[in-house]
Design a protein around this ligand. Structure first.
Ligand code: CDT
Length: 315
């Protein structure tokens, strides 16, 4: 199978709180049509691509937010997207809020092949924000209220001639996300995001939001020798500005395609997955160079713990 793929990042502009699923799906179908015309094999949609970013709203009774969740994927309202994609032979990644039959809520993404079949599922591991209302914030970021941490780990799937891994938004800021998947052979890591352009928990100059967005994806593309595709939901959504900057980064860490708007916009790049080999066989040949005897605390300790000799000196 060819290892040369044309990839699309299908950025979405804002989705209003009252916008219907049908409208959001139609917008995505329009981007899929453009992707087909541009020869895309695979398209990456944003995180929570079917609705407004509802964790910005506080609701005491979580079940009152049920309208924002999908109980099946595809369901009646999302099936047209799957049909259009399979008609055009395009695989895709789609982020959405998942409500399971036994009542669990996850921030989820699925991987879909070129026949419209769901081949993989990822549930967001690194949930940012808070779980209770915080009055000092201009808007809330209640992902810890509306979702449980993902229980599926960081999987990878053989698809489109390569090995693909998935992540969601805040996951992109954590090196562990990429390293776990690249230890499983990931050559292409795809993710969607909703990132407000203001940090509402502490002062941070606005321009750093975009800088960190690209810094994390580019650095991790390089350090794990893989392609990274990040797709935004962007623009002013019910008064909250979300950054754009959707991009495709290659294993050198360089961005090869970058969105220029904060609206519905498709960016594409034709990539050769074999480009991921060079780093994996040289500088980042893990089998040859990693020293796991020194990495233990990364997987056994969550917060900072001073080593005993430093802790003693502080007393
Ligand atoms: N959706 C998401 O994960 N957004 C976060 C915002 C962090 S501010 C609480 C992000 O990392 O972009």
């Amino acid at each position: 199978m060819s290892r040369i793929l044309t990839i699309g990042a299908a950025q979405l502009g804002p989705i209003a709180p009252e916008e219907s699923r049908a409208s959001a799906v139609n917008r995505m179908i329009e981007l899929l049509k453009q992707a087909g015309d541009r020869g895309c094999n695979f398209v990456v949609f944003p995180e929570l691509a079917l609705t407004t970013f509802f964790p910005r709203y506080y609701e005491e009774d979580i079940s009152k937010m049920d309208r924002y969740y999908e109980r099946e994927m595809p369901g009646p309202e999302t099936r047209p997207l799957f049909e259009e994609a399979s008609k055009r032979g395009i695989g895709f990644y789609l982020g959405y809020a998942e409500l399971t039959p036994d009542g669990h809520r996850y921030n989820t993404a699925v991987l879909v092949d070129e026949t419209g079949k769901v081949t993989g599922k990822y549930r967001k591991v690194h949930l940012p924000g808070h779980s209770e209302y915080e009055g000092q914030r201009p808007w809330q970021h209640l992902e810890k209220r509306y979702f449980e941490p993902g229980d599926l780990g960081f999987g990878v799937w053989r698809q489109h001639g390569g090995i693909i891994g998935m992540a969601l938004c805040n996951d992109r800021r954590w090196p562990e996300t990429y390293r776990v998947m690249s230890l499983k052979g990931a050559e292409l890591i795809v993710l969607g995001y909703n990132t407000p352009d203001v940090n509402t928990s502490a002062f941070e100059p606005n321009h750093l939001r975009m800088f960190h967005n690209h810094l994390t994806m580019q650095a991790n593309a390089y350090m794990n020798s893989c392609f990274v595709v990040g797709t935004a939901k962007a623009g002013v959504e019910d008064g909250c500005m979300l950054i754009g900057g959707s991009c495709i980064a290659q294993p050198s860490g360089e961005i090869v395609s970058l969105a220029t708007t904060v609206e519905d916009e498709l960016i594409t790049s034709t990539i050769d997955l074999d480009l991921a080999k060079m780093g994996k066989e040289t500088v980042f040949n893990y089998a040859r160079h990693r020293r796991i005897e020194h990495y233990g605390i990364i997987a056994s300790q969550t917060g900072v713990e001073l080593p005993p000799e430093l802790a003693d000196a502080a007393e």
